[in-house]
Design a protein. Structure first.
Length: 463
């Protein structure tokens, strides 16, 4: 395996507080109770709950790179009860009670991440700061109002507060704000420290993590196993496919998810004078309702993280390091931050990175396990995976060992999304949608009518 400087993949990995020296790779075929592909949040949480609830279970994780290499070590630092499918659409698909259960379960996962971090002495920089979504421009206000109305229908209005522009300004000074929606639910974290600390916790409970070990295939049934160049990891109870976007590299799962990139820019630490101009003293997770998603975090060391759309989709779902630093997109993100905070003109950007997230055809995550095939799967978080992966880990551990978690009735349990369409149609549709949503945003932001094809793009991307 080629040597890599893993600290270069994100600020969070660079600042993980420990050497990123790879653990030993798998050397020979072995037999375990549970074999897990992927040492990101999903694989690590699943292993953690399996081992904590059933001490003595033999659990091994095989990871192509190092623990936390993928989205788990590169995300925006949000730990919130947000779900890829909106509250209103969840209610339409599954009913009010099911939609409410999803959001309450995700908030319980946020609290669980805090509790595990404390119990296992993981310095995850957990900060229960809540989430503030702002309408930047009058065109974004209807979406915000629709979201609040959906929460009211779910009986969750007491979790949310609709803010006037003046009330938003009391919290943070952002240009062109027409309203805001605040919830105290949710927190921010240090993704790299959470992932690396969770890996240590898994090992402390008896789990084994083999890094720089690429899985090239898998087989279910009575001889369930993960196949690597170093041998087979055979599983008596289950194999767990927890590679998220990277699972698309396996032929059997190539159409299960779409690897969609999200990119992030990070400023240098702000001075006290700069913070006094911006406000944001409570450090809420910050977003707008833009179609090409925008998310901001105030980091523990006083920087501003600004994340948004990523590199254009590559033919055949290619995943490459070059897409992590798509120059044109990073420049757009830097300009966007200065549009939000003009007083920061001239600030230095110290880091820029990105990575792929797994998007299902219907935008809905899945958590499933079949005792017949002994194959378990969790993924498809579409960029909302920090809390959802914890919930998925709890659910998978329960499914595999046959104990109740209280999450069995959630609508994404034991489900399967439809496969993506094959190439070249997939490339044509995805690239069209990426371009269309950007055109819609740009038109609305200068007061123009949306492009004539906006309804088509919105129908294709409805979530």
């Amino acid at each position: 395996m080629t040597s890599k400087r893993y600290a270069d993949y994100s600020f969070w990995l660079e600042d993980a507080g420990e050497p990123l020296t790879p653990r030993p790779s798998m050397q020979r075929s072995e037999e375990v109770d549970v074999a897990i592909l992927g040492a990101g949040y999903t694989g690590l949480w699943t292993a953690y709950y399996l081992l904590r609830n059933h001490p003595g279970l033999k659990v091994s994780i095989v990871e192509r790179e190092i623990a936390g290499f993928g989205a788990s070590g590169r995300n925006g630092g949000w730990c919130s009860p947000r779900f890829p499918v909106s509250a209103g659409l969840m209610a339409k698909r599954w009913g009010v009670d099911a939609a409410r259960s999803v959001l309450l379960s995700l908030q319980s996962a946020v609290d669980e991440i805090r509790d595990v971090s404390e119990r296992e002495s993981i310095d995850a920089c957990f900060r229960p700061s809540g989430t503030l979504t702002v309408a930047r421009g009058a065109h974004q206000l209807p979406s915000l109002q629709s979201s609040f109305a959906a929460y009211e229908r779910l009986g969750l209005a007491d979790h949310y507060c609709f803010l006037s522009p003046e009330q938003v300004a009391e919290r943070i000074h952002v240009t062109d704000v027409h309203g805001g929606l605040y919830t105290p639910d949710g927190a921010s974290i240090h993704p790299g420290r959470l992932a690396r600390g969770l890996a240590r916790a898994v090992e402390a409970h008896g789990g084994v993590i083999c890094e720089q070990t690429a899985v090239t295939g898998f087989q279910g049934g009575s001889n369930a196993r993960l196949i690597t160049d170093s041998g087979e990891l055979r599983a008596r109870k289950a194999i767990v496919l927890a590679g998220e976007a990277y699972l698309t590299r396996l032929p059997k799962l190539h159409l299960a998810l779409l690897p969609v990139y999200s990119l992030i820019c990070l400023t240098e630490p702000l001075t006290p004078a700069q913070w006094s101009q911006i406000g944001w003293q409570n450090g809420e997770n910050l977003a707008s309702t833009r179609n090409t998603v925008v998310y901001l975090t105030r980091t523990p060391d006083g920087r501003i993280l600004f994340g948004s759309r990523g590199a254009p989709y590559k033919f055949a779902s290619q995943i490459t390091d070059g897409q992590d630093r798509h120059a044109e997109t990073l420049k757009l993100i830097q300009r966007s931050l200065l549009e939000w905070f003009p007083s920061l003109e001239g600030i230095r950007f110290t880091h820029g990175w990105g990575g792929p997230v797994g998007m299902p055809m219907d935008w809905t995550p899945a958590v499933r396990y079949s005792p017949d095939t002994r194959i378990a799967f969790a993924g498809g978080y579409t960029g909302q995976g920090v809390s959802t992966s914890n919930l998925a880990g709890q659910m998978l551990a329960g499914m595999i060992n046959g104990h109740k978690t209280g999450f069995e009735a959630l609508p994404f349990a034991q489900r399967r999304s439809p496969d993506w369409i094959p190439e070249p149609l997939r490339w044509l549709v995805v690239r069209y949608m990426q371009g269309a949503f950007l055109r819609i945003d740009e038109a609305e932001e200068v007061g123009n009518r949306p492009p004539i094809d906006a309804p088509i793009a919105q129908f294709l991307g409805r979530h």
